[in-house]
Design a protein around this ligand. Structure first.
Ligand code: ME8
Length: 518
Protein backbone atom coordinates (compact mmCIF):
# COMPACT_ATOMS: atom_id res chain seq x y z
CA UNK A 1 0.00 0.00 0.00
CA UNK A 2 1.41 3.38 -0.96
CA UNK A 3 1.57 5.71 2.00
CA UNK A 4 0.83 9.28 1.03
CA UNK A 5 0.64 10.79 4.50
CA UNK A 6 4.10 11.59 5.81
CA UNK A 7 5.19 13.00 9.13
CA UNK A 8 8.72 14.23 9.87
CA UNK A 9 9.41 15.07 13.49
CA UNK A 10 12.67 16.10 15.16
CA UNK A 11 14.16 16.65 18.61
CA UNK A 12 16.93 19.16 19.27
CA UNK A 13 20.30 17.55 18.81
CA UNK A 14 21.81 17.53 22.29
CA UNK A 15 25.20 18.86 23.29
CA UNK A 16 27.37 15.93 24.19
CA UNK A 17 29.17 17.70 27.01
CA UNK A 18 26.29 16.95 29.40
CA UNK A 19 25.10 13.57 30.59
CA UNK A 20 21.52 13.02 29.44
CA UNK A 21 18.97 14.00 32.07
CA UNK A 22 15.23 14.19 32.50
CA UNK A 23 14.97 17.37 30.41
CA UNK A 24 16.49 15.69 27.35
CA UNK A 25 14.38 12.60 27.92
CA UNK A 26 11.26 14.78 28.10
CA UNK A 27 11.69 16.43 24.71
CA UNK A 28 12.46 13.18 22.95
CA UNK A 29 9.62 11.42 24.76
CA UNK A 30 7.11 13.97 23.48
CA UNK A 31 8.37 13.32 19.94
CA UNK A 32 8.29 9.57 20.47
CA UNK A 33 4.63 9.66 21.47
CA UNK A 34 3.73 11.72 18.42
CA UNK A 35 5.78 9.48 16.13
CA UNK A 36 4.14 6.35 17.52
CA UNK A 37 0.68 7.88 17.31
CA UNK A 38 1.15 8.95 13.70
CA UNK A 39 2.49 5.51 12.72
CA UNK A 40 -0.57 3.87 14.27
CA UNK A 41 -2.67 6.42 12.41
CA UNK A 42 -1.29 5.31 9.04
CA UNK A 43 1.45 7.89 8.45
CA UNK A 44 4.88 7.25 7.00
CA UNK A 45 6.85 8.71 9.93
CA UNK A 46 10.43 9.85 10.09
CA UNK A 47 11.55 10.55 13.64
CA UNK A 48 14.98 12.10 14.10
CA UNK A 49 17.15 12.74 17.14
CA UNK A 50 20.90 13.04 17.61
CA UNK A 51 23.84 14.92 19.04
CA UNK A 52 25.36 18.36 18.50
CA UNK A 53 29.09 17.75 18.64
CA UNK A 54 30.92 20.81 17.36
CA UNK A 55 31.70 24.23 18.80
CA UNK A 56 33.61 25.82 21.59
CA UNK A 57 31.54 24.34 24.38
CA UNK A 58 32.16 20.75 23.31
CA UNK A 59 35.80 21.50 22.50
CA UNK A 60 36.23 22.85 26.03
CA UNK A 61 34.52 19.81 27.59
CA UNK A 62 36.88 17.52 25.65
CA UNK A 63 39.82 19.60 26.77
CA UNK A 64 38.70 19.40 30.40
CA UNK A 65 38.43 15.64 30.01
CA UNK A 66 41.95 15.59 28.56
CA UNK A 67 40.97 13.90 25.29
CA UNK A 68 40.76 15.09 21.72
CA UNK A 69 37.29 16.23 20.67
CA UNK A 70 36.75 13.42 18.19
CA UNK A 71 37.45 10.68 20.73
CA UNK A 72 35.42 12.60 23.33
CA UNK A 73 32.34 12.96 21.13
CA UNK A 74 32.55 9.34 19.94
CA UNK A 75 32.41 8.27 23.55
CA UNK A 76 29.79 10.61 24.99
CA UNK A 77 27.36 10.59 22.09
CA UNK A 78 26.66 6.95 22.95
CA UNK A 79 25.12 8.17 26.23
CA UNK A 80 22.31 9.69 24.18
CA UNK A 81 21.87 6.52 22.15
CA UNK A 82 21.69 4.57 25.39
CA UNK A 83 19.06 6.98 26.67
CA UNK A 84 16.96 6.34 23.58
CA UNK A 85 17.14 2.60 24.20
CA UNK A 86 16.35 2.95 27.91
CA UNK A 87 13.34 5.20 27.27
CA UNK A 88 11.97 2.97 24.50
CA UNK A 89 12.31 5.72 21.88
CA UNK A 90 11.39 4.71 18.35
CA UNK A 91 13.56 7.18 16.42
CA UNK A 92 14.24 6.21 12.82
CA UNK A 93 17.59 7.97 12.64
CA UNK A 94 20.22 9.28 15.02
CA UNK A 95 22.37 12.02 13.56
CA UNK A 96 25.77 13.17 14.76
CA UNK A 97 27.04 16.47 13.43
CA UNK A 98 30.51 14.95 13.07
CA UNK A 99 29.27 12.60 10.34
CA UNK A 100 30.39 13.06 6.74
CA UNK A 101 26.80 13.38 5.43
CA UNK A 102 26.36 16.38 7.70
CA UNK A 103 29.60 18.09 6.76
CA UNK A 104 28.59 17.85 3.11
CA UNK A 105 25.16 19.27 3.86
CA UNK A 106 26.42 22.19 5.97
CA UNK A 107 28.98 23.16 3.38
CA UNK A 108 26.29 23.01 0.70
CA UNK A 109 23.91 25.30 2.58
CA UNK A 110 26.76 27.73 3.25
CA UNK A 111 27.70 27.82 -0.44
CA UNK A 112 24.09 28.38 -1.43
CA UNK A 113 23.67 31.21 1.07
CA UNK A 114 26.92 32.76 -0.15
CA UNK A 115 25.98 32.33 -3.83
CA UNK A 116 22.64 33.97 -3.07
CA UNK A 117 24.47 36.96 -1.61
CA UNK A 118 23.43 36.50 2.01
CA UNK A 119 26.90 36.07 3.53
CA UNK A 120 29.63 38.71 3.74
CA UNK A 121 32.98 39.03 5.50
CA UNK A 122 33.32 41.55 8.32
CA UNK A 123 34.50 41.53 11.89
CA UNK A 124 32.67 40.84 15.12
CA UNK A 125 33.24 42.68 18.35
CA UNK A 126 30.81 41.77 21.08
CA UNK A 127 29.74 39.37 23.80
CA UNK A 128 29.59 35.61 23.46
CA UNK A 129 28.33 32.97 25.89
CA UNK A 130 30.05 29.65 25.32
CA UNK A 131 27.48 27.82 27.44
CA UNK A 132 24.64 28.98 25.18
CA UNK A 133 26.85 29.22 22.06
CA UNK A 134 25.11 32.56 21.55
CA UNK A 135 25.94 36.20 20.90
CA UNK A 136 24.37 38.79 23.18
CA UNK A 137 23.89 42.54 22.99
CA UNK A 138 24.53 44.82 25.96
CA UNK A 139 20.86 45.14 26.75
CA UNK A 140 20.53 41.37 27.05
CA UNK A 141 23.18 41.23 29.78
CA UNK A 142 23.27 41.84 33.49
CA UNK A 143 26.36 43.15 35.23
CA UNK A 144 27.46 41.15 38.26
CA UNK A 145 28.93 42.67 41.46
CA UNK A 146 32.39 41.41 40.45
CA UNK A 147 32.18 43.24 37.13
CA UNK A 148 31.53 40.20 34.96
CA UNK A 149 28.37 39.92 32.88
CA UNK A 150 25.82 37.19 32.46
CA UNK A 151 23.00 36.71 29.96
CA UNK A 152 19.68 37.68 31.56
CA UNK A 153 17.78 34.92 29.79
CA UNK A 154 20.01 32.01 30.75
CA UNK A 155 22.42 33.16 33.42
CA UNK A 156 25.37 32.09 31.25
CA UNK A 157 28.65 33.97 31.61
CA UNK A 158 29.74 35.95 28.55
CA UNK A 159 33.17 36.86 27.26
CA UNK A 160 34.25 39.63 24.93
CA UNK A 161 35.09 38.42 21.43
CA UNK A 162 36.79 40.40 18.67
CA UNK A 163 37.67 38.63 15.46
CA UNK A 164 37.13 38.53 11.71
CA UNK A 165 33.82 36.89 10.98
CA UNK A 166 31.40 36.10 8.20
CA UNK A 167 27.92 37.46 8.69
CA UNK A 168 24.50 36.32 7.55
CA UNK A 169 22.29 39.25 6.53
CA UNK A 170 19.60 38.52 9.11
CA UNK A 171 18.59 42.19 9.38
CA UNK A 172 17.13 41.98 5.89
CA UNK A 173 14.74 39.18 6.85
CA UNK A 174 12.61 41.01 9.37
CA UNK A 175 9.65 41.69 7.07
CA UNK A 176 9.75 38.30 5.39
CA UNK A 177 9.75 36.60 8.77
CA UNK A 178 6.87 38.67 10.12
CA UNK A 179 4.91 37.91 6.98
CA UNK A 180 5.69 34.24 7.35
CA UNK A 181 4.46 34.16 11.00
CA UNK A 182 1.35 35.97 9.89
CA UNK A 183 0.59 33.54 7.09
CA UNK A 184 1.33 30.55 9.32
CA UNK A 185 -0.37 31.28 12.62
CA UNK A 186 0.49 27.83 14.04
CA UNK A 187 4.15 27.92 13.02
CA UNK A 188 5.15 28.74 16.60
CA UNK A 189 3.26 27.13 19.46
CA UNK A 190 2.25 27.78 22.20
CA UNK A 191 0.73 31.15 21.33
CA UNK A 192 2.45 33.02 24.18
CA UNK A 193 5.83 31.97 22.82
CA UNK A 194 4.74 33.01 19.35
CA UNK A 195 4.00 36.49 20.64
CA UNK A 196 7.44 36.69 22.26
CA UNK A 197 9.14 35.77 19.01
CA UNK A 198 7.12 38.26 17.03
CA UNK A 199 7.97 41.11 19.37
CA UNK A 200 11.63 40.12 19.28
CA UNK A 201 11.64 40.23 15.48
CA UNK A 202 9.68 43.49 15.44
CA UNK A 203 12.25 45.09 17.71
CA UNK A 204 14.77 44.78 14.86
CA UNK A 205 17.26 42.12 13.81
CA UNK A 206 21.01 42.49 13.50
CA UNK A 207 23.15 40.58 11.07
CA UNK A 208 24.35 37.35 12.62
CA UNK A 209 27.97 36.33 12.99
CA UNK A 210 28.19 32.88 11.42
CA UNK A 211 31.87 32.01 11.68
CA UNK A 212 34.60 32.02 14.30
CA UNK A 213 38.38 32.01 13.98
CA UNK A 214 39.58 31.43 17.54
CA UNK A 215 39.02 27.70 17.79
CA UNK A 216 39.12 24.75 15.41
CA UNK A 217 36.47 22.21 16.42
CA UNK A 218 33.84 22.51 13.77
CA UNK A 219 33.14 22.54 10.05
CA UNK A 220 35.41 24.88 8.06
CA UNK A 221 33.89 27.57 5.88
CA UNK A 222 34.17 26.43 2.24
CA UNK A 223 37.11 28.23 0.65
CA UNK A 224 38.30 29.85 3.90
CA UNK A 225 39.70 27.29 6.33
CA UNK A 226 40.61 29.94 8.89
CA UNK A 227 36.94 30.20 9.71
CA UNK A 228 34.88 27.59 11.51
CA UNK A 229 31.16 27.78 10.96
CA UNK A 230 29.02 29.05 13.81
CA UNK A 231 27.82 25.97 15.67
CA UNK A 232 24.13 26.94 15.43
CA UNK A 233 24.23 27.17 11.63
CA UNK A 234 25.94 23.78 11.68
CA UNK A 235 23.50 22.30 14.23
CA UNK A 236 20.22 23.55 12.74
CA UNK A 237 21.19 22.17 9.36
CA UNK A 238 21.01 18.65 10.83
CA UNK A 239 17.28 18.67 10.19
CA UNK A 240 17.76 18.82 6.42
CA UNK A 241 20.89 16.65 6.39
CA UNK A 242 18.80 13.81 7.76
CA UNK A 243 16.24 14.42 5.00
CA UNK A 244 18.93 13.92 2.37
CA UNK A 245 20.04 17.53 1.73
CA UNK A 246 21.74 18.66 -0.50
CA UNK A 247 19.98 16.08 -2.67
CA UNK A 248 16.76 18.03 -2.85
CA UNK A 249 15.52 15.86 -5.69
CA UNK A 250 15.92 12.68 -3.67
CA UNK A 251 12.89 10.66 -2.69
CA UNK A 252 13.81 11.17 0.97
CA UNK A 253 13.92 14.95 0.73
CA UNK A 254 10.74 15.22 -1.27
CA UNK A 255 8.97 12.91 1.07
CA UNK A 256 9.95 14.49 4.37
CA UNK A 257 10.97 18.11 3.91
CA UNK A 258 9.58 20.48 5.15
CA UNK A 259 9.51 18.86 8.59
CA UNK A 260 6.14 18.79 10.27
CA UNK A 261 7.46 19.56 13.72
CA UNK A 262 10.66 20.67 15.41
CA UNK A 263 10.15 20.04 19.11
CA UNK A 264 12.40 22.20 21.29
CA UNK A 265 12.70 23.58 24.81
CA UNK A 266 11.83 27.25 25.30
CA UNK A 267 15.55 28.07 25.73
CA UNK A 268 16.30 27.50 22.06
CA UNK A 269 13.16 28.81 20.42
CA UNK A 270 14.79 31.91 18.93
CA UNK A 271 17.31 29.81 17.00
CA UNK A 272 14.53 27.65 15.56
CA UNK A 273 11.84 30.23 14.94
CA UNK A 274 13.96 33.16 13.74
CA UNK A 275 17.41 32.14 12.51
CA UNK A 276 16.45 28.79 11.01
CA UNK A 277 13.59 29.93 8.78
CA UNK A 278 15.74 32.87 7.65
CA UNK A 279 18.65 30.56 6.73
CA UNK A 280 16.27 28.29 4.85
CA UNK A 281 14.57 31.10 2.97
CA UNK A 282 18.00 32.52 2.15
CA UNK A 283 18.96 29.16 0.67
CA UNK A 284 15.69 28.95 -1.26
CA UNK A 285 14.40 26.10 0.89
CA UNK A 286 11.05 25.76 2.62
CA UNK A 287 10.84 26.47 6.35
CA UNK A 288 9.50 23.75 8.67
CA UNK A 289 5.77 23.65 9.38
CA UNK A 290 5.91 24.06 13.12
CA UNK A 291 8.21 24.74 16.06
CA UNK A 292 6.79 23.87 19.47
CA UNK A 293 8.63 25.23 22.52
CA UNK A 294 7.89 23.31 25.69
CA UNK A 295 8.57 24.38 29.26
CA UNK A 296 11.27 23.71 31.74
CA UNK A 297 11.47 21.04 34.45
CA UNK A 298 12.69 21.84 37.92
CA UNK A 299 13.46 19.28 40.62
CA UNK A 300 11.45 19.59 43.85
CA UNK A 301 11.22 23.32 43.17
CA UNK A 302 14.88 23.88 42.22
CA UNK A 303 16.55 24.52 38.87
CA UNK A 304 18.16 21.31 37.63
CA UNK A 305 21.90 21.72 37.36
CA UNK A 306 25.07 19.76 37.67
CA UNK A 307 26.49 22.24 40.15
CA UNK A 308 23.49 21.83 42.47
CA UNK A 309 23.94 18.06 42.14
CA UNK A 310 20.20 17.56 41.61
CA UNK A 311 20.19 16.22 38.09
CA UNK A 312 17.43 13.63 37.62
CA UNK A 313 18.80 10.67 35.73
CA UNK A 314 16.23 8.93 33.59
CA UNK A 315 17.76 5.53 34.37
CA UNK A 316 17.34 6.00 38.10
CA UNK A 317 13.69 6.95 37.66
CA UNK A 318 13.03 4.02 35.35
CA UNK A 319 14.61 1.68 37.85
CA UNK A 320 12.53 3.06 40.69
CA UNK A 321 9.12 3.39 39.02
CA UNK A 322 9.27 1.49 35.73
CA UNK A 323 9.54 2.92 32.24
CA UNK A 324 5.87 3.33 31.37
CA UNK A 325 4.91 5.11 34.62
CA UNK A 326 7.76 7.57 34.01
CA UNK A 327 6.62 8.17 30.43
CA UNK A 328 3.04 8.65 31.62
CA UNK A 329 3.97 10.97 34.47
CA UNK A 330 6.10 13.33 32.38
CA UNK A 331 3.35 13.95 29.87
CA UNK A 332 0.36 13.86 32.25
CA UNK A 333 1.57 15.87 35.20
CA UNK A 334 2.26 19.20 33.52
CA UNK A 335 0.30 20.90 30.73
CA UNK A 336 2.67 20.66 27.78
CA UNK A 337 4.21 24.06 27.15
CA UNK A 338 4.24 25.05 30.84
CA UNK A 339 7.15 24.69 33.24
CA UNK A 340 6.86 21.76 35.59
CA UNK A 341 8.27 20.56 38.84
CA UNK A 342 9.37 16.99 39.36
CA UNK A 343 8.59 15.54 42.76
CA UNK A 344 8.62 11.96 43.94
CA UNK A 345 5.32 12.55 45.73
CA UNK A 346 3.62 13.59 42.50
CA UNK A 347 5.18 10.66 40.62
CA UNK A 348 3.93 8.16 43.22
CA UNK A 349 0.51 9.85 43.21
CA UNK A 350 0.13 9.31 39.46
CA UNK A 351 1.49 5.78 39.56
CA UNK A 352 -0.73 4.59 42.39
CA UNK A 353 -3.74 6.68 41.34
CA UNK A 354 -4.12 6.89 37.56
CA UNK A 355 -2.16 3.76 36.75
CA UNK A 356 -2.53 1.17 39.54
CA UNK A 357 -5.99 2.17 40.86
CA UNK A 358 -7.70 3.37 37.72
CA UNK A 359 -6.39 1.60 34.63
CA UNK A 360 -4.59 -1.27 36.37
CA UNK A 361 -7.54 -2.21 38.56
CA UNK A 362 -9.99 -1.93 35.70
CA UNK A 363 -8.01 -4.46 33.67
CA UNK A 364 -7.35 -6.73 36.61
CA UNK A 365 -10.96 -6.77 37.84
CA UNK A 366 -12.44 -7.39 34.43
CA UNK A 367 -9.89 -9.88 33.17
CA UNK A 368 -9.91 -11.93 36.34
CA UNK A 369 -13.73 -12.10 36.29
CA UNK A 370 -13.49 -13.26 32.68
CA UNK A 371 -10.87 -15.86 33.65
CA UNK A 372 -12.99 -17.16 36.51
CA UNK A 373 -16.48 -16.92 35.13
CA UNK A 374 -16.18 -17.26 31.36
CA UNK A 375 -13.78 -20.23 31.16
CA UNK A 376 -10.94 -17.83 30.42
CA UNK A 377 -12.38 -16.93 27.01
CA UNK A 378 -13.81 -13.73 25.49
CA UNK A 379 -17.38 -13.57 26.86
CA UNK A 380 -20.39 -13.93 24.59
CA UNK A 381 -22.90 -11.06 24.72
CA UNK A 382 -25.43 -13.40 23.01
CA UNK A 383 -28.09 -10.82 22.38
CA UNK A 384 -28.11 -9.55 25.97
CA UNK A 385 -26.41 -6.19 25.25
CA UNK A 386 -28.22 -3.04 26.26
CA UNK A 387 -27.80 0.63 25.44
CA UNK A 388 -25.42 1.28 28.33
CA UNK A 389 -22.93 -1.23 26.91
CA UNK A 390 -22.89 0.51 23.55
CA UNK A 391 -22.65 3.90 25.22
CA UNK A 392 -19.49 2.83 27.01
CA UNK A 393 -17.89 1.18 23.97
CA UNK A 394 -18.78 4.18 21.81
CA UNK A 395 -17.30 6.60 24.31
CA UNK A 396 -14.08 4.59 24.15
CA UNK A 397 -14.05 4.69 20.35
CA UNK A 398 -14.80 8.42 20.34
CA UNK A 399 -11.63 9.24 22.29
CA UNK A 400 -9.72 8.67 19.06
CA UNK A 401 -10.93 11.92 17.49
CA UNK A 402 -10.33 13.83 20.70
CA UNK A 403 -6.85 12.44 21.20
CA UNK A 404 -5.95 13.04 17.57
CA UNK A 405 -7.07 16.67 17.81
CA UNK A 406 -5.21 17.23 21.09
CA UNK A 407 -2.00 15.65 19.80
CA UNK A 408 -2.18 17.73 16.65
CA UNK A 409 -1.58 20.75 18.90
CA UNK A 410 0.84 18.86 21.17
CA UNK A 411 -1.61 18.82 24.11
CA UNK A 412 -0.42 15.55 25.63
CA UNK A 413 -2.00 16.21 29.02
CA UNK A 414 -5.43 16.81 27.46
CA UNK A 415 -5.10 13.70 25.32
CA UNK A 416 -4.39 11.63 28.44
CA UNK A 417 -7.20 13.29 30.35
CA UNK A 418 -9.62 12.32 27.57
CA UNK A 419 -8.47 8.69 27.76
CA UNK A 420 -8.72 8.62 31.54
CA UNK A 421 -12.30 9.88 31.36
CA UNK A 422 -13.16 6.60 29.66
CA UNK A 423 -11.15 4.66 32.23
CA UNK A 424 -13.20 6.35 34.97
CA UNK A 425 -16.44 5.70 33.11
CA UNK A 426 -15.56 2.03 32.70
CA UNK A 427 -14.83 1.73 36.42
CA UNK A 428 -18.18 3.35 37.23
CA UNK A 429 -19.83 0.94 34.83
CA UNK A 430 -18.29 -2.07 36.58
CA UNK A 431 -19.66 -0.82 39.90
CA UNK A 432 -23.08 0.02 38.48
CA UNK A 433 -23.52 -3.28 36.63
CA UNK A 434 -21.99 -5.41 39.40
CA UNK A 435 -21.14 -8.41 37.22
CA UNK A 436 -20.14 -10.39 40.33
CA UNK A 437 -23.79 -10.24 41.42
CA UNK A 438 -25.09 -11.00 37.92
CA UNK A 439 -23.02 -14.18 37.99
CA UNK A 440 -25.70 -15.70 40.20
CA UNK A 441 -28.83 -13.82 39.12
CA UNK A 442 -28.33 -13.45 35.35
CA UNK A 443 -25.13 -15.09 34.03
CA UNK A 444 -25.98 -14.27 30.42
CA UNK A 445 -26.21 -10.59 31.18
CA UNK A 446 -22.93 -10.88 33.08
CA UNK A 447 -21.31 -12.11 29.87
CA UNK A 448 -22.67 -9.11 27.95
CA UNK A 449 -21.36 -6.70 30.61
CA UNK A 450 -17.93 -8.33 30.65
CA UNK A 451 -17.84 -8.29 26.85
CA UNK A 452 -18.52 -4.54 26.78
CA UNK A 453 -15.80 -4.02 29.37
CA UNK A 454 -13.25 -6.20 27.58
CA UNK A 455 -13.99 -4.32 24.32
CA UNK A 456 -13.59 -1.00 26.12
CA UNK A 457 -10.27 -2.08 27.59
CA UNK A 458 -9.12 -3.17 24.13
CA UNK A 459 -9.89 0.27 22.74
CA UNK A 460 -8.22 2.05 25.65
CA UNK A 461 -5.12 -0.13 25.31
CA UNK A 462 -4.85 0.63 21.59
CA UNK A 463 -4.83 4.36 22.16
CA UNK A 464 -2.52 4.12 25.18
CA UNK A 465 0.17 2.44 23.05
CA UNK A 466 2.00 5.62 22.00
CA UNK A 467 2.31 6.71 25.63
CA UNK A 468 3.02 3.41 27.35
CA UNK A 469 4.00 0.89 24.68
CA UNK A 470 4.94 -1.99 27.00
CA UNK A 471 1.93 -1.80 29.30
CA UNK A 472 -0.47 -1.37 26.40
CA UNK A 473 1.03 -4.32 24.64
CA UNK A 474 0.75 -6.46 27.79
CA UNK A 475 -2.97 -5.58 28.03
CA UNK A 476 -3.54 -6.33 24.35
CA UNK A 477 -1.71 -9.65 24.78
CA UNK A 478 -4.06 -10.53 27.62
CA UNK A 479 -6.98 -9.90 25.26
CA UNK A 480 -5.31 -12.03 22.57
CA UNK A 481 -5.35 -9.14 20.10
CA UNK A 482 -3.16 -10.00 17.10
CA UNK A 483 -0.11 -7.81 16.51
CA UNK A 484 -1.49 -6.51 13.21
CA UNK A 485 -4.85 -5.58 14.76
CA UNK A 486 -3.51 -2.87 17.02
CA UNK A 487 -3.62 0.24 14.83
CA UNK A 488 -6.00 3.13 15.44
CA UNK A 489 -8.25 1.99 12.63
CA UNK A 490 -9.02 -1.05 14.83
CA UNK A 491 -10.52 1.08 17.59
CA UNK A 492 -14.08 1.31 16.34
CA UNK A 493 -15.57 -2.14 15.73
CA UNK A 494 -16.47 -4.92 18.14
CA UNK A 495 -13.36 -6.86 17.27
CA UNK A 496 -13.07 -9.29 20.18
CA UNK A 497 -14.42 -12.66 19.09
CA UNK A 498 -16.52 -14.44 21.73
CA UNK A 499 -14.99 -17.75 22.70
CA UNK A 500 -11.38 -16.75 21.94
CA UNK A 501 -9.20 -18.28 24.61
CA UNK A 502 -7.29 -15.69 26.68
CA UNK A 503 -4.03 -16.02 28.56
CA UNK A 504 -4.02 -15.87 32.36
CA UNK A 505 -4.38 -12.22 33.49
CA UNK A 506 -1.41 -10.57 35.19
CA UNK A 507 -1.45 -7.16 36.89
CA UNK A 508 0.02 -4.50 34.59
CA UNK A 509 0.70 -1.66 37.07
CA UNK A 510 1.72 -2.88 40.51
CA UNK A 511 1.22 -0.30 43.26
CA UNK A 512 4.35 1.53 44.33
CA UNK A 513 4.96 0.89 48.00
CA UNK A 514 7.20 3.42 49.68
CA UNK A 515 10.03 1.93 51.66
CA UNK A 516 9.07 3.30 55.05
CA UNK A 517 5.60 1.85 54.58
CA UNK A 518 6.83 -1.45 53.19
O1 ME8 B 1 20.55 23.46 23.14
N1 ME8 B 1 13.54 20.90 31.20
O2 ME8 B 1 21.37 21.33 23.29
P1 ME8 B 1 21.15 20.99 24.83
C1 ME8 B 1 13.04 20.63 29.98
N2 ME8 B 1 22.62 21.58 21.02
N3 ME8 B 1 13.79 20.42 28.89
C2 ME8 B 1 15.12 20.47 29.03
C3 ME8 B 1 15.73 20.75 30.28
C4 ME8 B 1 14.87 20.96 31.40
N4 ME8 B 1 15.33 21.22 32.62
N5 ME8 B 1 17.06 20.74 30.10
C5 ME8 B 1 17.28 20.47 28.78
C6 ME8 B 1 21.13 22.51 22.66
N6 ME8 B 1 16.11 20.31 28.13
C7 ME8 B 1 21.58 22.53 21.23
C8 ME8 B 1 20.39 22.25 20.35
S1 ME8 B 1 19.22 21.91 17.96
C9 ME8 B 1 19.62 22.22 16.39
C10 ME8 B 1 20.66 22.28 18.88
C11 ME8 B 1 15.93 19.95 26.71
O3 ME8 B 1 21.88 19.71 25.06
C12 ME8 B 1 15.14 21.01 25.95
O4 ME8 B 1 14.58 20.43 24.80
O5 ME8 B 1 21.49 22.14 25.69
C13 ME8 B 1 16.22 21.96 25.51
O6 ME8 B 1 15.82 22.76 24.43
C14 ME8 B 1 17.30 20.99 25.12
O7 ME8 B 1 17.20 19.92 26.09
C15 ME8 B 1 18.67 21.64 25.14
O8 ME8 B 1 19.61 20.65 24.92
Amino acid sequence: MAVDKTYYITTPIYYVNDAPHIGHAYTTLACDVLARFKRLDGYDVHFLTGTDEHGQKVEKAADDAGVDPKAFTDKVSTNFRDLAAAMGFSNDDFIRTTEERHKRSVQAIWKTLADNGHIYLGSYAGWYAVRDEAFYTDSELEKQPDGTRIAKASGAAVEWVEEPSYFFDLSKWQDRLLEFYDENPDFILPKTRRNEVISFVKSGLRDLSVSRTTFKWGIPVPGDDDHIMYVWLDALTNYITAAGYPDTESDMYRRYWPADLHMVGKDILRFHAVYWPAFLMGAGLEPPRRVFAHGWWTNEGKKISKSLGNVIEPNALIEQYGLDPVRYFLLREVPFGNDGDFSHRAMIGRLNGDLANDLGNLCQRVLSMVAKNCDGAVPDPAGREDASDDALMNQAAATLDRVRAELDVQSFHNALTAIWEVVAEANRYVDAQAPWALRKTDPERMQAVLYALAETIRRIAIIVQPFMPDAASAILDQLAVEADQRVLANMGGKELKPGTQLPKPEPVFPRYVEEEEG
